[in-house]
Write a protein that binds this ligand. Structure first.
Ligand code: GBH
Length: 446
């Protein structure tokens, strides 16, 4: 059954905002231009075997040089807002000390061109591209010293750009930085220790708190954080599976939500990790628990657990994306309602939601029907969650462009806009046309 876009558009409040999201490392390229320092992802891509297609991010979508065309695409789609990230090593090559004026110049031009096009800029400070010098010199996020360096960087961005940004998020998905970077080695810097990952998670949250405090002193912009939530379910109703899912919920959702909104780590997950628990100093939890103006939620899928750990779900009702992630819009709705009830969070934004699809250009079009149903079913779920009390103010589709999908390289395509990497040609997929029409309908109903 197809969803009626007109009825769906009318379900959203008139001031609801529509956008698309990207991140610096995934699209900018120009990895070593105009004084940019190396990031841990520039280094990770050069280690054999880390990236599935052996690619790197030296060029990516060449957005650094094509940003005006990309802003024109966002305008052409009729969107209200755009979420992007600052590359820390572009503006401060070593992660401490000297600023790189040429790097700031790029974001200055990007923000101005968005504002000229009538698009609200929403920035993220850290979308995984730590300056490599901080990793080599200090041990990266394992070092508590990086907390202070991050706050200094945050304050400088807020001081220069705060009055032109609609919001600033400190971190994108700290769970990914900590777990995939330091425990499973799928992401940079590729370590394999749970104890390290939990210490890193603690430093990430400390750096969030310190950055919010430092930015409050220099700007009036709305401040928040972006968390990735992959709700955990038991594979069967038996007690062992339910316990495994509950523990994962503690390590993924509550490990971040509880310190930020309740001032404590979740007791059950803390007991479960035992000696791997982070070293926490007096005052740390108070620093982490800063009042926030918004909470960004990134939602893609759920995960399933049995007593042995993560397990693959059986054939789902709606199938799987090209990442092998189960398509579960009803979980999206249910989870947002849970967050509203259990945490009473500040206004939420869906800062990412989307799917990878094996897209191909066919006669000058990209027929990505699967993405249209993913998008429309998740928007329907979002409207349902809002009617049940979730206070959500905006939605950003991930992503504007096909781009560098981290350890998967360029093989996975998440964009509304197709990128031909040989020529850098951009082509609106059918889903982009659908989203444009949908947003126009919503605007007409305002
Ligand atoms: C986001 O990460 C990132 O912010 C963005 O940069 C990225 O391109 C985008 O999503 C697409 O990946 O691993 O099979 O158990 C999302 C990362 C996705 C991690 C879902 C946990 C759980 C499914 N999360 N994943 S699985």
């Amino acid at each position: 059954t197809r969803i009626d876009p007109a009825a769906l558009a009318a379900a959203f409040p008139s001031d609801f905002r529509w956008g698309v999201a990207t991140s610096a490392a995934q699209i900018e390229g120009a990895a070593f231009e105009d004084g940019k320092g190396a990031s841990i992802w520039d280094a990770f891509c050069r280690q054999p075997g880390r990236i599935k297609d052996g690619s790197n991010i030296d060029v990516a979508c060449d957005h650094y040089h094509r940003f005006r065309d990309d802003v024109a695409l966002i305008k052409d789609l009729g969107l209200d807002c755009y979420r992007f990230s600052f590359a820390w090593p572009r503006v401060q090559p070593l992660g401490q000390g000297a600023w790189n004026e040429a790097g700031f110049g790029f974001y200055d031009r990007l923000i101005d061109s968005l504002l000229e096009a009538g698009i609200q800029p929403h920035a993220t400070l850290y979308h995984w591209d730590l300056p490599q010098a901080l990793d080599e010199g200090l041990g990266g996020w394992l070092s508590r010293d990086v907390v202070g360096h991050f706050a200094t960087y945050a304050a400088e961005v807020a001081r220069r750009f705060g009055d032109r940004l609609a919001s600033i998020a400190t971190h994108n998905e700290p769970w990914c930085t900590a777990t995939l970077g330091y425990e499973t080695a799928q992401f940079a810097p590729g370590h394999t220790s749970r104890a390290e990952s939990l210490q890193v998670a603690h430093h990430l949250m400390l750096s969030h708190g310190a950055a919010v405090q430092a930015m409050r002193a220099v700007c009036k912009t709305r401040l928040g954080i972006v968390l990735n939530h992959t709700p955990s379910f038991p594979a069967t109703p038996n007690e062992a599976d339910r316990r495994a899912a509950r523990i994962d919920d503690g390590l993924n959702v509550r490990w971040y939500m509880d310190p930020i909104f309740r001032g404590a780590y979740p007791a059950d997950a803390l007991a479960y990790v035992g000696a791997d628990a982070p070293r926490v100093q007096d005052g740390d939890l108070a620093l982490i628990r800063q009042p926030l103006d918004f909470l960004g939620i990134n939602f893609y899928t759920r995960s399933l657990f049995d007593a042995d750990g993560k397990t693959v779900p059986g054939p789902g009702k709606r199938g799987f994306t090209d990442m092998g992630w189960e398509i579960v819009p009803e979980v999206f709705a249910q989870h947002l309602v849970r967050l509203a009830r259990e945490y009473n969070p500040p206004p939420m934004f869906i800062t990412e939601n989307g799917m990878a699809n094996a897209d191909r250009v066919v006669d000058g079009r990209v027929p990505d029907e699967a993405r249209i149903s993913y998008l429309s079913s998740h928007l329907q779920a979002l409207a349902a969650a809002m009617s049940l009390g979730a206070d959500v103010r905006g939605y950003f589709y991930w992503s504007l462009l096909d781009n560098f999908e981290w350890n998967s390289g360029y093989d996975k395509r998440f964009g509304l806009v197709h990128v031909d990497y040989a020529t850098q040609a951009r082509l609106l997929k059918d889903s982009a046309h659908w989203y444009r029409d949908f947003v126009a309908r919503h605007r007409a109903s305002r």
